[in-house]
Design a protein around this ligand. Structure first.
Ligand code: SF4
Length: 865
């Protein structure tokens, strides 16, 4: 097949990839130099995509209950469950919950079926959890969900504000672009984040803002710019509607206090903003995932509108999406709050969409947003639910409630690539979908750039494309005239036609250029930005009067402290994991960066709560609790905790973060508030702790803390517990060697197979030391080279110097190795480290971490001197 140009399936940066399939479902990956989003760069996740494309754990056949069935039976079951529910209880008794992983073609067919043929708007997407607040803010300010910026604005800005974004970890290729601009033209960087992340550490100014202090901060900035005479009155007069009473409404003496920032930091921020008119404000989940998410977006946009920093090169409010095709979903109408193709539910638009689809019905009003949808499943209003490409039993807030809802639902269908997800366990019917590398369609990235995802593997088993599965169900529900698409090019052509239908300049989303695209042209489609690089240049906005709107934000009262939950819990991503780890959890290299879910705790809070580095602690909120390993970090603000979002029931007994946030949402966008939950933490003392390495994963039934990640030849399972442990349940059969130290309560067991290869090893202790994990993990499946004494010691007789926790996953270089190189060779820059030992020289995702290690090493030298 040769080289295939496709797009990365992870984040909203939307990097272009060149893939070459090899024998046995292997693939070689490299960045596509011709793709405008990344110009050849890839981060650690994109670089190691090849480790995630195996068929391990894939759902390859339709299943009803636990039985394999044919497609006919499975699709008829879905179609009749939906048709029966609609006939008996009406169209609003059914729902689709879909995903930012879907391609635009998948989204289009799902939206058309639900809104135009079922006649309900109960289709929502997990993008609701990611950027719905930005969508609502865009609609209020611009009249349409328009991202006014492009990545090239980051190259041309003099000042970049990052709001609620750990860009270095979550959008690494954008981060590399920002770093390049700083190096080349001295762009200033301000990071607004309660946590001192690796991104914040590299900034010119870090504002460790109080959680949810952003509305106050951007409003204070606006008040200050007005006081300094920096409002662009000509721009406001010509292009912006300012509501009556706006300026009085934002004048509050308490604004600075509400940010939690000291006056010196605020003054430095205001000075930087005043001095650099070419400003881009990049905002992400830290702003969006809040009960004030929409107002935060509008507070940011207000500043840009009022100072005229929009529609010109190097300026603008820039919402960046988390998922690869969150933007495509927004375009076609995959959110319950949009009808289709950026049209709302006005009578004219409903009529327009119904005529375009020639459909029997049309959804009368917005449908249920994600959190409300699962409430409706829980209380029985939804009788049939189809979950496509997402894992809400883990990722939704108050996930325990979501599991109860799924348990109660009369009919649940799940389309997925993975057979056993936490959500799939509740499915009556499971439908095998194509995965990345097999799919064929388009995605839109954060800057409105449409790119092709192209297949380079044949479909495995009986897996089918999502658009094709949904269209087939549509046909079986009696709508074959509207759903007989032959290929994804047909679907895309119809979607493009809908954006252009009776548009007449009403909506910026207009793909007229792609009307009549045939299959060959679709196959060859080059990346292209709809709306151009600056869709709002010229000051004309897609509102009825052509003017943008400043919005008076709400200033909600701060909630009274809850003595039972005195801390604030923040949640987020790790650098090398993606969502619920169904894909990145397959990669041994990506698993090296963080082996366990950690709760990050400020040193003062650790002291108050009796926590030590490495102990286990229970984090609780009003809706649930979960166990985590503690790491003490002065990057946290005192009074706040941080936990990662990735671990699931399949990967751990603890660390399941979806249990913790409540169902609180932004009242306009419906986006859950994942960043600010009242929480408590307490030490969870284990009687014993240890770890298991195993070539084959045992069924983890042990009633203890356990969490697992992938190694090169098997699994690493961290363990801690109280009372007795059933060792036999953890170990396979084979030749055993064993050592015990009763004084320390230590047990070490190694199990070899008949050929002498290590099959499993278990290390448990009550009070002693445990060996490092890497060497013993690497012995799994080996040819019996290591001696019994070495295996039980967990280290070789002549160990190489310990390289420490992995920092650079591309070259497997650990923290101690980098520190040694820095100290011994006197290295003073990341480039020098890359040149000396390769670390950071490939994907670059670890460059901020290396920069921090260089600083640490030099601080130590300074102190020692
Ligand atoms: S930044 Fe990384 S995860 Fe995001 S699209 Fe690019 S390669 Fe993929």
């Amino acid at each position: 097949m040769g080289e295939v140009r496709t797009t990365c399936p992870y984040c909203g940066v939307g990097c272009g990839i060149k893939a070459v399939a090899g024998p046995g479902r292997t693939v070689t990956i490299r960045g596509d130099e011709a793709h405008p989003a990344n110009r050849g760069r890839l981060c650690s996740k994109g670089t190691h995509l090849g480790e995630t494309v195996g068929l391990d754990g894939r759902l390859l056949h339709p299943m009803i209950g636990g039985a394999r069935v044919g497609w006919d039976l499975a699709l008829n079951a879905v179609a009749s469950a939906f048709s029966d529910a609609i006939a008996r209880h009406g169209p609003d008794s059914v729902a689709f919950y879909v995903s930012g992983q879907l391609l635009t073609e998948d989204y289009y067919v799902a939206n058309k079926l639900m809104k135009g043929f079922i006649g309900s708007a109960n289709i929502d997407t997990n993008s609701r959890l990611c950027m719905a607040s930005a969508v609502a803010a865009h609609n209020r300010a611009f009249g349409e969900d328009i991202v006014p910026c492009s990545y090239s604005d980051l190259d041309e800005a003099d000042l970049i504000l990052l709001v609620g974004s750990n860009t270095a970890w979550c959008h690494p290729v954008i981060w590399q672009r920002i770093e390049a601009a700083r190096k080349q033209r001295g762009t200033k960087l301000v990071v607004i984040d309660p946590r001192r992340t690796e991104t914040a550490e590299r900034a010119d100014l870090h504002l460790p803002i109080r959680p949810d202090g952003d509305v106050a901060l951007f409003t204070a900035l606006l008040v200050e710019m007005r006081a300094r005479g920096l409002i662009d009155d000509a721009h406001l007069r010509a292009h912006v509607s300012v509501p009556e009473g706006f300026w009085n409404g934002i004048t509050r003496p308490s604004l600075a206090d509400e940010t939690g920032l000291d006056s010196d930091l605020l003054a430095r921020f205001f000075d930087l903003f005043a001095a650099h008119p070419r400003t881009v404000t990049l905002f992400s989940q830290g702003a969006n995932q809040s009960v004030e998410g929409t107002d935060k977006g509008n507070a940011i946009i207000n500043v840009h509108l009022a100072t005229g920093r929009i529609g010109k090169p190097g300026t603008g409010p820039f919402s960046i999406t988390g998922q690869p095709n969150a933007m495509g979903g927004r375009e076609v109408g995959g959110l319950a709050s949009t009808l289709a193709a950026h049209m709302d539910f006005s009578p004219e638009n409903r009529d327009r969409a119904q005529r375009f689809w020639n459909s029997p019905v049309i959804a009368p009003a917005p449908g249920l947003k994600a959190v409300d949808m699962f409430r409706a499943v829980h209380d029985g209003r939804i009788k049939a639910l189809w979950i496509i490409g997402t894992n809400p039993a883990v990722s939704m807030p108050d996930a325990g409630f979501v599991r109860e809802a799924l348990e109660r639902c009369p009919f649940v269908a799940v389309s997925d690539v993975i057979a056993d997800t936490d959500t799939a366990r509740y499915a009556h019917v499971r439908l095998p979908a194509l995965a990345w590398g097999e799919k064929d369609g388009t995605v839109t990235n954060s800057e409105r750039l449409v790119s092709r995802q192209r297949p380079f593997f044949d479909p495995p088993g009986e897996a089918r494309a999502d658009w094709n599965i949904i269209a087939d169900v549509g046909c079986r529900m009696g709508f074959s005239d509207a759903f007989s698409f032959g290929n994804p090019a047909d679907v895309f052509a119809e979607y493009a036609a809908q954006t252009a239908f009776e548009n007449d300049g009403r909506r910026v989303l207009d793909l007229s250029d792609w009307l009549g695209l045939d299959r060959a042209a679709y196959h060859a489609l080059e990346p292209r930005q709809w709306g151009g690089p600056a869709p709002l240049a010229g000051g004309r906005y897609p509102t009825p009067d052509g003017r943008a709107r400043m919005v008076l934000p709400r200033f909600p009262e701060a909630a009274a402290p809850d003595p039972d939950f005195p801390l604030c819990l923040n949640t987020g991503r790790y650098r090398d994991q993606w969502h619920t780890m169904t894909r990145t959890g397959l990669s041994p290299r990506l698993s090296r960066h963080r082996r366990e879910p950690l709760v990050e705790v400020h040193p003062l809070d650790a002291l108050t709560h009796g926590l030590t580095d490495g102990c286990i602690a229970r984090v609780s909120t009003s809706v649930g609790s979960s166990l985590y390993r503690v790491t003490i970090s002065d990057g946290q603000r005192s009074g706040e905790l941080f936990v990662p979002m990735h671990w699931t029931d399949r990967m751990s007994s603890g660390g399941r973060t979806g249990r913790l946030p409540s169902q609180a949402t932004d009242p306009l966008s419906g986006q859950p508030a994942f960043k600010n939950s009242a929480a408590a933490i307490e030490r969870w003392d284990a009687d014993w702790r240890g770890f298991l390495v195993a070539a084959d994963l045992p069924e983890m039934t042990a009633d203890c803390y356990w969490t697992r990640v992938r190694g090169e030849h098997g699994w690493l399972v961290e363990l801690a517990g109280r009372g007795a442990i059933d060792i036999e349940a953890l170990l396979p059969n084979g030749q055993r060697i064993e050592a015990q130290d009763r004084a320390r309560g230590t047990i070490r067991v190694a199990v070899r197979d008949d050929a002498g290869r290590l099959h499993a090893a278990l290390f448990l202790t009550r009070s002693g030391q445990l060996p490092p994990r890497e060497w013993i993990l690497d012995q799994l499946g080996g040819e019996g080279g290591a001696g019994g004494a070495e295996l039980l010691a967990g280290r070789p007789a002549n160990p190489a110097p310990d390289s420490g926790p992995t920092v650079c996953v591309c070259f497997d270089i650990g923290m101690f190795a980098i520190l040694r190189a820095v100290r011994e060779q006197g290295l003073t820059s990341v480039d020098a480290v890359s040149k000396a030992i390769n670390a950071g020289s490939n994907c670059g995702s670890c460059r901020p971490a290396i920069a921090r290690l260089i600083e640490d090493a030099h601080e130590e030298t300074h102190v020692a001197a």
